[in-house]
Design a protein around this ligand. Structure first.
Ligand code: NAD
Ligand code: MG
Length: 391
């Protein structure tokens, strides 16, 4: 029996993870669940799974969480605050941490799980983007086991099983990308929030859905792949594949390509990483190739989607640049969702910060967190100034 802490239990990945965990009560016991602000949803999850602990990041919601749990007669202990989430990720009674918080808010709990040598199933790509080599060194030292939940990285992981170090060092990653909802739209200036929050193939949280529409998501995934698999950036290529059936590929030095295919449902990747090296049933319809019939491939368009190019550039610029790019993007997406800036302005915030602000390279987790806060504040100022100018 393995004990699981699910960070970000109320989100899209959190919900998929609960669905998979519920299929294997004899293998996994949910020890802790966390959420940002939705006390009612967190209490409902606790009522169903009876974890030992439920943590709400927003401390002003702690009394509501306690009341909800009491009203349901649920014995789960309620805690509040970000530090309590990190404590849960470190708790010695926890074997597996599923990192499903969205954004840079997930960095410190990822580091806490990594430092404590956990089996870490990581969906929170922003912590790999910002943590980079510092996070990977920590994992190597602590003996933590890192398994990618992001579907592309999960696919690459599967395509690399059995490859020697030499085979890996001559291989290329072909990271697939659906192209998002605007793959064929010429003018993106008037994209609405409703259009950008509707993905053609995947059902996901709002932030990652907007990132998929700008292709920032693919940019973050290029950086994520660089660190997860220790591939140099010249060996990570993006291929647009609108059907989202192939979740990514590895091309070996003989030119042969290994591809991983499946239905676009995150329960597949969560089940794979929970069960690895075994395979678990995820409750997903098996893929039927004759229903799909056609698989197509294209080059990404870096002119309409400049953020993908910024991600490659950030890897060249040094460890500070991905943190700045990620923070600028998070603030840009937030401002777009609030109706303050246009869809195409998200790339402007990113460009302005990445090329206009050159901080020192971070060396520690604290440096990363501090830089994230500074970059966010600069991005907020940029948005405020920009909105002021437009009025
Ligand atoms: P979501 O918005 O649906 O859920 C986010 C979760 O994080 C929620 O439980 C929320 O309460 C919690 N959270 C948000 N802000 C927080 C904060 N400041 N402090 C503590 N907790 C906070 O997001 P999602 O789509 O499930 O994505 C989660 C992560 O997984 C993201 O990093 C995303 O890029 C990655 N991912 C998601 C998918 C997907 O299919 N949804 C696929 C691949 C990768
Ligand atoms: Mg992905």
């Amino acid at each position: 029996m393995q004990s699981v802490a699910l960070l970000g239990a109320t989100g899209s990945i959190g919900t998929s993870a609960l669905d998979v965990l519920a299929r294997y009560p004899e293998r996994f016991r949910l020890y802790a669940v966390t959420a940002n602000t939705d006390a009612k949803k967190l209490a409902t999850i606790a009522h169903k799974f009876e974890p030992k602990v439920a943590v709400i990041a927003d401390e002003s919601k702690l009394s509501e969480l306690k009341q909800e749990l009491k009203a349901m007669g649920c014995p789960t202990i309620a805690l509040g605050g970000h530090a309590a989430i990190d404590e849960v990720a470190r708790d010695e009674k926890v074997d597996i941490v599923i990192g499903a918080i969205v954004g840079a808010a997930g960095i410190s709990s990822t580091f806490a799980a990594a430092e404590s040598g956990k089996k870490l199933l990581l969906a929170n790509k922003e912590s790999v983007v910002c943590g980079g080599a510092i996070l990977m060194d920590l994992i190597a030292r602590s003996g933590a086991e890192l398994l990618p939940v992001d579907s592309e990285h999960n696919a690459i992981f599967q395509c690399l099983v059995g490859a020697s170090a030499e085979m890996r060092s001559n291989a290329k990653i072909l990271l697939t990308c659906s192209g998002g909802p605007f793959r064929q739209r010429k003018d993106l200036t008037n994209v609405t929030v409703a259009e950008a929050t509707h993905h053609p193939n995947w059902s996901m949280g709002k932030k990652i859905t907007v990132d998929s529409a700008t292709l920032m998501n693919k940019g973050l995934e290029v950086i994520e792949a660089r660190w997860f698999f220790d591939f140099t950036v010249d060996r990570i290529n993006v291929v647009v594949h609108p059907q989202s059936v192939i979740h990514s590929m590895v091309q070996y030095e003989d030119g042969v390509i290994m591809a991983q295919m499946g239905s676009p449902d995150m329960r597949n990747t969560i089940a794979y990483s929970l069960g690895f090296p075994q395979r678990l049933q995820a409750g997903v319809e098996p893929l039927n190739l004759t229903d799909i019939r056609t698989l197509t491939f294209e080059e990404p368009d870096l002119e309409r989607f400049p953020q993908l190019g910024y991600a490659y550039k950030a890897l060249e610029m040094g460890a500070q640049a991905p943190i700045v790019l990620n923070a600028a993007n998070e603030i840009g997406v937030e401002a777009f969702l609030a109706g303050r800036i246009k869809f195409t302005d998200i790339a402007l915030v990113c460009r302005s910060l990445m090329f206009g602000f050159r901080p020192a390279e971070p060396k520690t987790l604290n440096d990363i967190l501090e830089l994230d806060v500074i970059a966010r504040n600069l991005a907020r100022n940029w948005v405020d100034g920009y909105c002021g100018e437009q009025i």
